[in-house]
Ligand binder design. Structure first.
Ligand SMILES: [Zn+2]
Length: 233
């Protein structure tokens, strides 16, 4: 008789966040502390699927902390989804979503962290069509170059990822336990999804659309999970 190891699938991501079911818990959800150090975001690469990823320096000192997170998480990479956001709020899909991926420094390596239920902290920032985000133009230039050459492109050290994060989102966010939204869909993520979106212009979103039309995963079932927020909505 053989036993197959069952893959748990009760905490998949993304999810639709139903605000009427969200539990306000200011104590669990303290204001976020995010530190991005200049030069930690080294390079960007576009893969064969048209998705881009900014890699952080191996020993990056860019970190995220919050009372819903068990310890300090270090920046690993960030990327985006477009043609639609991954998380939705009361069924509303935004135009895109940026994911900042941090790993729990209590583990030996990012690979090790991906095997733990609190291994990664992913910060999700919604993107809505509106005024252009000037900082993103710096990145967009590098993304376009990488797409053209098929190689990684260095990012100017002056690039500041904090300009892709809405200030008010630090004290207004949802959190729940989930997983990666791309293979292998590991259930290792403490999600922090900011309630306030940032804006990108139609032209910026259109440029992303030339890489691939869309790259988001359908919402998954919540099962028994609870979603918490900083305060009442
Ligand atoms: Zn993602």
């Amino acid at each position: 008789m053989s036993f197959k190891r069952r893959t748990p699938t009760n905490r998949q991501s993304p999810i639709d966040i139903r605000t009427s079911k969200v539990i306000p818990d200011p104590e669990k959800c303290s204001p976020l502390i995010i530190r991005f150090n200049p030069g930690d975001c080294v390079e960007v690469a576009v893969n064969e699927d048209g998705c881009w990823k900014v890699s952080a320096r191996l020993h990056s000192t860019s970190v995220i902390r919050g009372s819903h997170l068990t310890g300090t998480y270090r920046l690993l990479q960030f990327h985006a989804h477009w043609g639609g956001s991954e998380h939705t709020v009361d069924g509303k899909r935004f135009d895109g979503e940026i994911h900042f991926v941090f790993w729990n420094t209590r583990y030996f390596s990012p690979e090790e962290a991906c095997k733990k239920s609190d291994g990664l902290a992913v910060l999700g920032v919604f993107v809505e069509k509106g005024p252009a985000n000037q900082e993103f133009n710096i990145l967009l230039k590098a993304i376009e170059e990488s797409n053209k050459t098929g190689k990684s492109v260095r990012i100017p050290p002056s690039f500041d990822p904090m300009r892709l994060v809405p200030r008010s989102g630090l004290s207004r966010y949802f959190t729940y336990l989930g997983g990666l939204t791309t293979p292998p869909y590991s259930e290792c993520v403490v999600w922090t999804v900011m309630q306030t979106p940032i804006t990108m212009s139609e032209a910026q979103l259109k440029t992303l659309g030339t890489l691939t039309d869309e790259n988001w995963r359908e919402c998954q079932r919540l099962h028994a999970r609870k979603v918490y927020s900083t305060r009442g909505i």
